[in-house]
Design a protein around this ligand. Structure first.
Ligand code: UDP
Length: 367
C-alpha cells in the first residue's frame, strides 16, 4: 500500500487548497515543489520588514462570499483597495477608466460629456464584432483612451501587436461613468495582514511538504509514493512537449531598497510609454499601509519566455489554445492524475478563481 493518497506537484494556491481539503477528509498528502519555498507565485519575501510580492503583485478580490470566508480562515485581510495610476507621455491618469480619467484626458466634468466623446469615437471606429484586443478596446472605450493608456502598455506587456492578441484580456478592465478609482468591481478586496505566506502556511498545516524537488527528475520514485497525483505544473511539460511548446510571457523583477518612506505615493504605478522599459513599479509597503522609514520598490519588466524562465502569463491566442486542447484531451483520459491551476489548465486565472477551481475539483474527487 502506498504511503500517501495524493502526491501534489506544485505548492501554489491550487495545490495547497487541494491538499488542505483532502487532508480535512482524512486523506494523506505529500506536497512537492521545485522552488526553495511553498506558495507558488503568491509567496512574499520579507525584505527589511516589508512583504515583497516576489513573483508580482497579488491583490485579492472576489464577489463570492464563500471564497472570501475561505481565505479569511487563515489570515485577517486589510481594507486595501487597488487604485493604480498610469503615467503616459508625462501625465498621470487614474485607472481603471472612469470619470477621473476622462477629466484628465478631456476636461469633461459630467458623465454625459464623457459619454458623448466616447460614444462618438466608438461610432467612428464602427466595428461591431471585435476580433482582437485592439478592436475590442476601440469598440469599448474609443481611440483616445486606447492610444493613451492601452496600446503601448499592452504591446510591451505581451510582446505582441494588440491586433494579434485575444480580446478577453482587455475585458478585465472596468469602464465606469463614476468617480471611482477601484480597479476591481468585486464586493470583497484586500491584502492578508502579514502577507500571503500566512494563508499558505495555514493551508499546509500538518501536511508533509518537500521543497527543492523537481518532479520530473524523480518522477518514478515520487509517483510510487501515492495512489493519485495532483499535477499543477505546465501541462505541455508533463507530456514532454509532444504537441509542441505552449507559449507564455515571462517577467523579470528588479527590487530596489530606498531610504525614503514614500517613493511614489501608491502601490501600483503603470508606465504606458513604449520608451520606458518596464510596465509598472510596485511599492510594496502601500499594500499594507507600512509606516517604515524606508521602502522597497520593484520594477516589473515583461520578457520573452524561454524554457529556463518562469512561465507567468499563458498566451491564449488561437494557436496556443488549439495546442492546449490536444494536451487536455490526453489529460482527461488519465485515471489517476488530476490537472489543475494556471499552468496545468493554461489559463489566465486570478487567485479567487484558482481557489474556486481547487475547491470544486477536490469536492468532485473526494465525494
Ligand atoms: N492594461 C492596459 N493598460 C494598463 C493596465 C492594463 O492596457 O495600464 C491591459 C493590458 O493589456 C493588460 C490587461 O489590461 O495585459 C490586464 O491588466 P491587469 O493589470 O489587470 O493584469 P495583471 O497583469 O495584473 O494580471
Amino acid at each position: 500500500m502506498q504511503k500517501y493518497d495524493y502526491l501534489i506537484v506544485g505548492a501554489g494556491l491550487f495545490g495547497c487548497v487541494f491538499a488542505h481539503e483532502a487532508t480535512k477528509q482524512g486523506k494523506k498528502c505529500l506536497v512537492v515543489d521545485k522552488r526553495t519555498h511553498v506558495g507558488g507565485n503568491v509567496y512574499c519575501e520579507n525584505i527589511d520588514g516589508i512583504n515583497v510580492h516576489k513573483y508580482g503583485a497579488h491583490i485579492f478580490h472576489t464577489n463570492d462570499k464563500a471564497i472570501w470566508d475561505y481565505v479569511n480562515q487563515f489570515a485577517e485581510f486589510n481594507n486595501y483597495i487597488n487604485s493604480p495610476i498610469s503615467l503616459s507621455k508625462g501625465k498621470l491618469y487614474n485607472l481603471p477608466f472612469n470619470m477621473n480619467t476622462f477629466y484628465q484626458l478631456w476636461g469633461t466634468k459630467t458623465p454625459e460629456e464623457a459619454k458623448t466623446i466616447i460614444e462618438s469615437q466608438i461610432k467612428q471606429f464602427g466595428v461591431k464584432t471585435p476580433k482582437n484586443l485592439e478592436e475590442q478596446a476601440l469598440s469599448l472605450i474609443g481611440k483616445d483612451v486606447y492610444e493613451t493608456l492601452i496600446k503601448e502598455y499592452t504591446e510591451k506587456q505581451w510582446g505582441k501587436k494588440a491586433t494579434d492578441l485575444p480580446s478577453f484580456i482587455i475585458k478585465r478592465l472596468p469602464v465606469r461613468y463614476t468617480f471611482n478609482n477601484n480597479y476591481f468591481n468585486d464586493t470583497y478586496q484586500g491584502i492578508p495582514i502579514g502577507g500571503y505566506n500566512k494563508i499558505i502556511d495555514g493551508l499546509l498545516k500538518d501536511i508533509d511538504v518537500k521543497t527543492n524537488v523537481d518532479f520530473f527528475e524523480e518522477k518514478e520514485e515520487l509517483s510510487a509514493l501515492a495512489n493519485k497525483i495532483v499535477y499543477t505544473g505546465k501541462i505541455d511539460e508533463f507530456y514532454n512537449y509532444k504537441f509542441g511548446n505552449l507559449e507564455y510571457r515571462s517577467l523579470r523583477f528588479e527590487n530596489i531598497r530606498l531610504d525614503t518612506d514614500n517613493y511614489q505615493g501608491n502601490a501600483v504605478v503603470n508606465y504606458n510609454d513604449a520608451t520606458v522599459p518596464y510596465t509598472r513599479i510596485i511599492e510594496h509597503k502601500h499594500f499594507e499601509f507600512g509606516k517604515q522609514k524606508h521602502t522597497v520598490i520593484t520594477k516589473e519588466f515583461s520578457e520573452k519566455w524561454t524554457q529556463e524562465k518562469e512561465a507567468y502569463y499563458p498566451i491564449n491566442n488561437d494557436d496556443n489554445q488549439n495546442k492546449y486542447q490536444q494536451y487536455r484531451a490526453l489529460s482527461i483520459q488519465e485515471d489517476n492524475i488530476i490537472f489543475g491551476g494556471r499552468l496545468a489548465e493554461y489559463k489566465y486565472y486570478d487567485m479567487h478563481q484558482i481557489i474556486a477551481s481547487a475547491l470544486q475539483k477536490s469536492k468532485q474527487e473526494l465525494s
